[in-house]
Ligand binder design. Structure first.
Ligand code: BGC
Length: 719
C-alpha cells in the first residue's frame, strides 16, 4: 500500500514513531496519554465510548503527526445487540443474514468509537471439546469461507475493520485443549484450514491475526512461510497482520525464541506487523534494527500496512468514524430474533411440535430457561442486557404469564443439587407440555474453556429422565456453546431443539419456533454419540477398510472375523448421532429430477446442478439444499464428500421449485503429491440432498486440467 499521504508520513516519521505504529496496547483507564501523545502507540485495545474518543482526540490533535489510532475490540457476535454465537450463525446457512448481523454490530460498535473488530474467527474445528468452537463456523471449509466472507463484508461495509483469525490451524488444538500444539499435514493445511482465510482476503479483510498454536514446530506467530509466504506473497494480502495477545513473547515459552528480543525479530521477520499486548517490539526493535538483525525495510513495510488500513478505513479524514445513524429498532430486535430462529436446529420431533397456541399449561423447566447472560454465550462485553429476553420471558410474552409455570429444577446447569426436582416434577405433572432448557452456561465455552466430556453437565440428564417419566411430553431445548453428545437426550425427549447460545432475542425466537415458525437451521458440525468418537467429521477419507454402513460393527461381504479389521469401534457405533447438515422442519421435502447441465465439466467451466424440490407436507418450510462432491479416484486420496454449494429454499405446502446449485471446476482443485494445487481430470460423484448422508446422486467427468503455482517457500523481498 502506497499513497502520497503514507509516503509523506513515512518520510517524516522517526524510528520511534514507526515502531509506535506497530504497538497495540491495552490502557488501564487513561494511563496511556503520554505514550499516545508521543506517537508511541498505533492501536489501543479494549477502549470504548468516552475513553475511545479521548484517546483518538489525543492521537489526532496532540501527537506530532496526528496519526489516528486503530481502536480494537472483540465484537464477536454483536456489540449491544447480541446475535447467536458464530457456530449458531453458521447453522443458519444464511450468509446474507450473517452479513446483516455483522453490519448491525459494526454500527453499534462504531457509535462507541470502535473501528476494528477481532472477528471473524475462521478456524476450522473438528473437535467440539475445544471451547472456541463456539466462535467458529464449524467443521466445514466451504461454510466457514462463505460465512467469514459475509461477516467481513458486513463489518467493513459499516466502517469496522475485520480481522480474520487465527492464522492458521489454531482450531486443530490437540485433544481439544486450548493453546495445545497442532500437527496438520501440509496438504490438509492447504485444502482444509487455509481456504477460509483466502476467502476472507478475497472479500477484502483489512487485517488478519496470527494464532497461538505451535504448528508442527513453528508457532503461527513466527511462521514466515505462512505469513510472509502464503498470506502476503502468494495471496498478495496488503492489509496488516496483528499477533494474538502476547503471542510474540510466548515464542520464548514455546521454546523457539531465546528471549523477547529474539521473539520480536522472529515475529517481524515472519510478517507480523503489529504486536498485541506484549512489549517486545517497543522494547527491542530499535536495537534489532541498529544491529542489522531486522532490516529497516521490514519495519517500513509493516508501518505502511498499519497506515494503509487506517487510510482505507477513512480514519485520517474521519478519525471518530463517519456518522451512520443509530441502529433501527427493527435491526436491534427483529434481526437477532430472525437470526436466532434460523440458527436453531430441530433434531427430533415425535408428533409434538409445533405446539398449538391454544395449549393449556406449559411447564418451563431447567437452569437455562431464565438465564439471560448464559444464553448470550461467550465473548460478550458490551451487551445491552436489558434487551435480553430469556426463553421464559419469550413464552410468557406469547402465552400470558398465567399459562406458564416456571420451576428451574436446578440452580445452574453444573449443579448436582436435586432439591429443586420435586417442584419441577410437580409442575410437569400439572402441565400439558414441558419446555426443558438445558445445556451449558456461557462459561463452559470460549477461550481456555474446553471440556473433556461433552455431555450434559451436572444433574441435567437426571432431571430430564425424571421429567420424561412423568408422562408429560418434554421438548428439550439445548442451549450450548458446542455440539454436545446428546444420545441421552434424544430418547427421553419427544422433541429436541438445538439452540446453541442464541443471543439477546433467543427466548422469543425459540418461542416462535415452538409455536409454528418453521425451524430451518442445519448442523454446522457432526453431532457425535460420545466423546470417544472425536474427531468425527463428515468429510473424512474412505480408508482401505471402510465400515459397512448398514451394519456398523460388522464388516460386509468378507469372510473376515466379524469382530472387525474394519474402521469401526468394538464398543461404540462409528456413525454420528446426527450428520453434518442435518436439521428437521415441520414439513417434508421431496427431491426429484436431478439433472446436470452436462455430464462433462471443462477445466474452466461450471456445472449447473438442477433438481425439483417439493414441499410435500402440510406446512410451509425452509429447506437447505446441499451439494456434495466426491472425487472418485485421485492421485492422492480424497474425502468421501465435500460440501460445494448450498441454498435456503422456502416453499409453501404443495409448492415445488426448480433449484439450481453451481459447481465451478476450480472448486475441484486439491493439493497434489508435489504440493501444488491441481485440477485433476477424472470421474466425480455428486449428491444433492438435505444433509451429508442423503441425497440424489449423479456422476460427471472433469476434462483434462492443470496445475497452478503454489506458495513460494521464499518470502517476497522487501528491499
Ligand atoms: C484471543 C483473540 C482475541 C484477543 C483480544 C486473545 O486471547 O485469542 O481471539 O481477539 O485475545 O482480546
Amino acid at each position: 500500500m502506497s499513497t502520497r499521504r503514507i509516503d509523506t508520513l513515512l518520510a517524516e516519521m522517526t524510528l520511534a514513531e514507526k515502531i509506535g505504529q506497530l504497538c497495540q496496547v491495552q490502557p488501564e483507564g487513561r494511563d496511556q496519554d503520554d505514550r499516545v501523545r508521543a506517537g508511541g502507540v498505533g492501536s489501543l485495545i479494549n477502549v470504548v465510548g468516552d475513553d475511545a474518543r479521548h484517546y483518538q482526540r489525543l492521537a489526532v490533535e496532540e501527537s506530532r503527526l496526528g496519526i489516528p489510532l486503530l481502536l480494537g475490540r472483540d465484537v464477536i457476535h454483536g456489540f449491544a445487540t447480541i446475535f447467536p454465537i458464530p457456530l449458531g450463525q453458521a447453522a443458519s446457512f444464511d450468509p446474507a443474514g450473517v452479513r446483516d448481523a455483522a453490519a448491525t454490530a459494526a454500527r453499534e460498535a462504531a457509535a462507541a468509537g470502535v473501528n476494528w473488530t477481532f472477528s471473524p474467527m475462521l478456524d476450522v474445528v473438528r473437535d467440539p471439546r475445544w471451547g472456541r468452537v463456539a466462535e467458529s463456523f464449524g467443521e466445514d471449509t466451504l461454510l466457514a469461507s462463505r460465512m467469514g466472507a459475509a461477516m467481513v463484508q458486513g463489518y467493513q461495509g459499516e466502517g469496522l475493520a475485520a480481522c480474520a483469525k487465527h492464522f492458521v490451524g489454531y482450531g486443530a488444538a490437540q485433544g481439544g485443549r486450548d493453546y495445545a500444539e497442532t500437527a496438520i499435514p501440509p496438504r490438509q493445511l492447504r485444502d482444509v484450514y487455509l481456504p477460509p482465510f483466502e476467502a476472507a482476503v478475497r472479500a477484502g479483510a483489512l487485517t488478519l491475526m496470527t494464532g497461538f498454536n505451535d504448528l508442527d514446530g513453528i508457532p503461527a506467530t513466527a511462521n514466515e512461510a505462512l505469513v510472509r509466504g502464503v498470506l502476503k506473497g502468494e495471496w498478495l494480502f496488503d492489509g496488516l497482520v496483528v499477533s494474538d495477545w502476547t503471542s510474540i513473547t510466548e515464542l520464548v515459552i514455546h521454546g523457539c525464541a531465546a528471549d523477547d528480543a529474539d521473539a520480536a525479530c522472529q515475529a517481524l521477520l515472519a510478517g507480523v506487523d503489529m504486536e498485541m499486548a506484549s512489549r517486545s517490539y517497543r522494547d527491542h526493535l530499535e536495537q534489532a534494527i541498529a544491529s542489522g538483525a531486522v532490516p529497516i525495510a521490514y519495519v517500513d513495510d509493516a508501518v505502511r500496512r498499519v497506515l494503509g488500513v487506517k487510510e482505507r478505513l477513512g480514519l485520517f479524514d474521519h478519525p471518530f468514524g463517519r456518522l451512520r445513524g443509530p441502529v433501527s429498532a427493527a435491526a436491534a430486535d427483529l434481526q437477532p430474533r430472525q437470526m436466532a430462529q434460523r440458527s436453531c436446529v430441530l433434531l427430533k420431533n415425535e408428533d409434538l411440535l409445533p405446539l398449538n397456541e391454544g395449549i393449556g399449561r406449559v411447564a418451563v423447566i431447567g437452569p437455562l430457561a431464565d438465564a439471560g447472560a448464559d444464553q448470550l454465550g461467550c465473548w460478550v462485553f458490551d451487551a445491552d442486557h436489558a434487551r435480553t429476553h430469556s426463553v421464559l420471558a419469550g413464552l410468557r410474552e406469547r402465552l400470558g404469564a398465567h399459562r406458564v409455570r416456571f420451576e428451574p429444577g436446578l440452580d445452574s446447569c453444573r449443579s448436582h443439587d436435586e432439591q429443586g426436582f420435586a417442584a419441577a416434577l410437580d409442575a410437569a405433572r400439572a402441565a400439558d407440555v414441558v419446555v426443558l432448557c438445558i445445556g451449558e452456561d456461557a462459561g463452559l465455552s470460549g477461550e481456555a474453556h474446553c471440556r473433556a466430556y461433552i455431555d450434559l453437565p451436572g444433574a441435567q440428564q437426571r432431571l430430564l429422565d425424571q421429567l420424561a417419566a412423568t408422562g408429560t411430553p418434554v421438548v428439550a431445548v439445548v442451549l450450548s456453546g458446542r455440539p454436545l453428545a446428546l444420545a441421552g437426550v434424544i430418547d427421553p425427549a419427544r422433541a429436541v431443539l438445538m439452540a446453541w447460545h442464541p443471543g439477546s432475542m433467543g427466548g422469543p425466537a425459540i418461542a416462535d419456533l415452538l409455536f409454528g415458525e418453521p425451524p430451518s437451521g442445519r448442523l454446522p458440525m457432526t453431532l457425535p454419540r460420545s466423546v470417544g468418537q472425536i474427531p468425527l467429521y463428515y468429510n473424512h477419507k474412505n480408508t482401505g477398510r471402510p465400515p459397512n454402513p448398514d451394519s456398523p460393527r460388522v464388516p460386509s461381504g468378507t469372510p473376515l472375523d466379524p469382530r472387525g479389521f474394519f474402521s469401526t469401534y468394538l464398543d461404540e457405533d462409528h456413525r454420528p448421532l446426527f450428520p453434518f447438515g442435518f436439521g428437521m422442519s415441520y414439513t417434508q421435502f421431496d427431491y426429484a429430477d436431478l439433472a446436470l447441465s452436462s455430464p462433462r465439466l471443462e477445466p474452466k467451466g461450471t456445472l449447473h446442478v438442477r433438481m425439483a424440490l417439493r414441499n410435500v407436507g402440510a406446512r410451509a418450510g425452509t429447506e437447505v439444499v446441499q451439494l456434495y462432491v466426491q472425487d472418485l479416484c485421485g492421485s492422492v486420496t480424497r474425502p468421501v464428500k465435500e460440501l460445494k454449494d448450498f441454498q435456503r429454499v422456502t416453499l409453501q405446502p404443495g409448492e415445488s421449485r426448480l433449484v439450481e446449485l453451481v459447481l465451478a471446476a476450480d472448486q475441484l482443485r486439491f493439493t497434489g503429491r508435489d504440493g501444488l494445487s491441481i485440477l485433476e481430470p477424472g470421474r466425480f460423484r455428486l449428491w444433492v440432498g438435505p444433509h451429508a448422508q442423503a441425497g440424489l446422486s449423479a456422476e460427471f467427468e472433469l476434462a483434462g486440467g492443470g496445475t497452478a503455482p503454489q506458495a513460494s517457500a521464499v518470502p517476497p523481498a522487501l528491499e
